[in-house]
Structures are given as structure tokens and as C-alpha cells.
Design a protein around this ligand. Structure first.
Ligand SMILES: NC(=O)c1ccc[n+]([C@@H]2O[C@H](COP(=O)([O-])OP(=O)(O)OC[C@H]3O[C@@H](n4cnc5c(N)ncnc54)[C@H](OP(=O)(O)O)[C@@H]3O)[C@@H](O)[C@H]2O)c1
Length: 268
């Protein structure tokens, strides 16, 4: 029996697959490049067949309209195919995502939900990589702190939930070890890169224009902008303890991530 990694070509999925490979445990990715498409339910059964567990990383976002229906259908199909556990990647403070979490669970398969803070890797592997390279973090962000989480910690938590002897039918909130505003993030990145990176608060339309200039499609740019206005209202301005509860250690800091990432040359 193998573990299915839905979204296996993405940022969290590749890290999880690397960990399975390093441990010699069987796992296989599924996404459009393997024939699995969230928009075509006919493609789902063949992906699930033969799997005993699945990591569920939905793209673009669990909070999007229509997603709870998809999660409910996947939960039923997973039960029909005999899957014994699911691990769902979710977002902290996203009210819409709660419906998707409940819908997946309604199929009856024990499900571990990992509600994550903002990924640290958004600054290097996603829409904030360009701004960091240019030395200008122009964001519609208020002076509200966020507890940025390392995707390596998220992957470790997911692998633990997928491989421990018994399934964990529970919800965990995962964050990093410190609360930082975007202005403070710019200071951490400045130290790591040894060049000035400034934070500028801008209006949403300016941010959307910047994203377009970086090649982010318009249909993705507006939801990303809303993440700033919706999620950064203080609701997530606290530390979560899911990494400690699951892994028995402290989460990795933004400073550690920034040091590693600067050394890799990705921001040069
Ligand atoms: N970024 C954050 O700070 C943050 C924080 C908390 C939660 N989240 C959640 O994390 C999830 C994204 O995780 P991630 O960053 O690991 O994923 P990702 O890198 O954005 O993407 C995962 C993979 O999904 C596949 N995909 C895209 N459209 C698809 C479709 N229609 N059908 C099947 N596969 C599709 C793509 O591979 P193919 O091209 O091969 O299809 C892609 O590589 C989202 O649900 C987001 O809400 C993000």
C-alpha cells in the first residue's frame, strides 16, 4: 500500500515526497501532470486506487466557492477506496476553509487537518520572491504581526500524521516561533541578504499591478490581495503550538529560513 500525495508537484508536496523517499516509504504524487485534475472528478478514482492514505493539498484555495462540494466528494471516494487516513493542508483563520475541512471529514475517513500560518517560503518560492529580489516589499499589509511557518516543518508534521501507527482524527494549528510584522520581516531579510530590503505599505490596486508585472495571472492576483486584507486583521496574531504538539520540538524561525535561502542565491 502506498501514500498518495495530492498536489505532489507543489511546494509542500515535493517536500513530503522527499521525506518519504529518504525513509524508503512508498508514496506517489498526483496533480494535473499525472492525470489528476480537481476540475474533472472522472480523474480522481484512478489516483486513489491502491492508496492507504492521502495528503490533500487543494489548489487554489480551500476557501474558494465550490470547494466544499469537491472535498465532500473526495471524502466519500476515499472511504469507498478503503483509505484509512487523510491529512488536509488548510489555512489558519480562513472561515471558508472550515466548510471544506468538515466536508472532507464527512466521508468518514479519519482526517488530520493542518491549519497553517503564512508560509515563510512565500518570500522565495511564490509571489513575494520578486519583491525581495528588487529590495522592495510593496504590500497592502497593515502593522499586524503574523507567525510565518517553515514549509519544512509543515512537511515534517504531515509525514508524521501520514505514517504514525494510528491515524490522528484531529486539527492542529501550525505557526512559526515568533510574531513579525512585514516591516520586521524586511529587517530580517535585510540582515540575511546583507543589502537593504524595505517594506512599503501600498493600496490593493498597486499591489495587484505589481503582481501583474511579476507575471501573476489576474485571476490569482485579486484573491492574493484579499488574503492581505482578510487574514491580516489580527485574527492570526498569536502563536500556535501544532509543531510542538506533533513533532515535540520548536518550529524553525524566519531568521533561519532567511539565512539558508540567502545562501542558496535565490534572491541574488
Ligand atoms: N501560501 C501560504 O502561505 C499558505 C498558507 C496556508 C495554507 N495554504 C494553502 O496551501 C495550499 C497550497 O499548497 P502548496 O503551496 O504546497 O501548493 P502549490 O505549490 O501552490 O501547488 C500544488 C500543485 O497543485 C497542482 N494543481 C494546480 N491546479 C490543479 C488542478 N486543477 N488539479 C490538480 N492539481 C492541480 C499543481 O501541479 P500541476 O501543475 O502538475 O497540476 C501544483 O504544483 C493551498 O490550499 C493554500 O490555501 C497556503
Amino acid at each position: 500500500m502506498t501514500t498518495l500525495i495530492l498536489g505532489g508537484a507543489g511546494r509542500s508536496g515535493t517536500r513530503i515526497l522527499d521525506r518519504f523517499a529518504a525513509s524508503g516509504l512508498p508514496a506517489r504524487p498526483a496533480s494535473r501532470r499525472t492525470g489528476f485534475d480537481w476540475e474533472d472528478r472522472e480523474t480522481w478514482a484512478s489516483a486513489l486506487r491502491g492508496a492507504s492514505a492521502a495528503y490533500v493539498c487543494f489548489t487554489p484555495d480551500l476557501a474558494f466557492p465550490g470547494t466544499p462540494d469537491k472535498m465532500a466528494a473526495l471524502g466519500v471516494l476515499a472511504a469507498q477506496h478503503g483509505l484509512e487516513r487523510l491529512v488536509l493542508l488548510s489555512g489558519r483563520g480562513e472561515e471558508g476553509a472550515r466548510l471544506s475541512e468538515a466536508a472532507l471529514r464527512s466521508g468518514g475517513v479519519p482526517t488530520t487537518v493542518l491549519r497553517c500560518s503564512w508560509f515563510q517560503q512565500n518570500f522565495s518560492e511564490h509571489f513575494l520572491a520578486g519583491p525581495v529580489r528588487r529590495g522592495r516589499l510593496r504590500l497592502p499589509a497593515p502593522d499586524v504581526p503574523e507567525a510565518f511557518v517553515d514549509l519544512g516543518d509543515v512537511a515534517d508534521a504531515a509525514v508524521l500524521a501520514l505514517t504514525r501507527p494510528d491515524p490522528l482524527d484531529a486539527t492542529y494549528e501550525l505557526s512559526g516561533p515568533e510574531l513579525l510584522t512585514f516591516a520586521q520581516v524586511a529587517e530580517v531579510l535585510t540582515d540575511a541578504c546583507a543589502r537593504r530590503i524595505v517594506f512599503e505599505s501600498v493600496a490593493v490596486p498597486t499591489f495587484v499591478d505589481d503582481l501583474a508585472a511579476d507575471g501573476v495571472p489576474a485571476e490569482d492576483a485579486t484573491p492574493l490581495a484579499h488574503l492581505f486584507t482578510d487574514i491580516l486583521d489580527g485574527r492570526n496574531a498569536s502563536l500556535a503550538h501544532g509543531i510542538q504538539a506533533l513533532l515535540g520540538r520548536q518550529p524553525s524561525s524566519l531568521k533561519a529560513y532567511a539565512g539558508r535561502t540567502a545562501a542558496s542565491g535565490v534572491w541574488s
